[in-house]
Design a protein around this ligand. Structure first.
Ligand SMILES: Nc1ncnc2c1ncn2[C@@H]1O[C@H](COP(=O)(O)OP(=O)(O)OP(=O)(O)O)[C@@H](O)[C@H]1O
Length: 247
């Protein structure tokens, strides 16, 4: 039996008559950071939604397996219970909820010390931030970091992180990658969705996506090189009748 935590096998998703995922296959292993790299519009977020089971992203063909069991027809809630979590590209705001309560919700049983150390991991001072509200007064980057702290406390079997660097400055990025590394070292799986080759390069393995399909799989460094070499795999995608990237 395969050891992969997540196995996506040949899924296709159509939205408003457009095939946004095209027989896409990939795997994410426990204890590893897997990257999905692609330009804007490649279909990365759609892949995350399909894996999480959002209603409009049910595959027309193919299947998704998690921990060896088929989950293609499971609801979002059932997938969450099985250990899948998605940190959205744009984190939500919760008016009237303090950072402390928000973090507590994500991890039953976490004590004050755990909350503080999770905030410190994402470079936010617990003395300042535990009392703040998860509302519009937090900057986008602060909310993003708080969401990542909550994922760290939750410790799902597989965290899917959609553009975890968005709104986060370059200096903090290296530290934040360390949070994912910690999760992987603890045996959890991490799937990072990104359009930045420097983020993908820090993963253990990566996939390059173009026009809803995986066009290259390999070491993160190799995928980064391909991506930077004017995205040659895109030419292959075009040859297969897909749209290819616009650039
Ligand atoms: N509901 C929808 N109806 C029509 N087209 C859609 C819909 N959702 C997504 N798409 C299209 O599918 C393609 C993939 O979108 P997706 O958001 O998955 O890309 P992405 O790689 O995450 O992009 P970005 O890096 O800009 O976030 C895009 O061309 C997008 O316009």
């Amino acid at each position: 039996m395969s050891s992969a935590l997540l196995e996506v096998e040949g899924i296709s998703v159509v939205r408003e008559g457009k095939k946004i995922l095209n027989r896409l296959s990939l795997k994410a292993e426990a204890g590893q950071i897997t990257g999905v790299l692609g330009r804007n519009g490649a279909g990365k977020s759609s892949l995350a939604y399909a894996v999480m089971g959002l209603a409009n992203y049910r595959p027309l063909e193919g299947r998704i397996r998690f921990l060896g069991k088929e989950i293609t027809d499971l609801s979002i809630t059932e997938r969450g219970k099985a250990g899948l979590t998605l940190a959205w590209q744009h984190p939500a705001r919760y008016e009237g909820v303090s950072v402390r309560d928000y973090l507590r919700l994500s991890s039953k049983g976490a004590g004050e010390k755990d909350l503080a150390s999770a905030l410190s991991l994402v470079l936010l001072d617990p003395k300042v931030y535990l009392e703040r509200m998860v509302d519009k007064n937090l900057s986008g980057g602060e909310r993003k970091r708080i969401e990542l702290a909550s994922v760290y406390l939750m410790k799902p079997r597989l965290s899917i992180l959609d553009e975890p660097d968005s709104g986060v400055d370059l200096l903090a990025l290296g530290e934040i990658m360390q949070v994912f590394r910690l999760l992987a070292r603890e045996g959890h799986g991490v799937l990072i969705i990104t359009h930045r080759e420097d983020v993908a390069a820090q993963c253990d393995r990566s996939y390059l996506m173009c026009s809803g399909a995986v066009v290259l799989e390999g070491s993160a460094e190799a995928v980064k090189r391909y991506f930077l070499s004017q995205c040659e795999p895109c030419q292959e995608a075009v040859a297969l009748g897909m749209e290819g990237c616009s650039e």
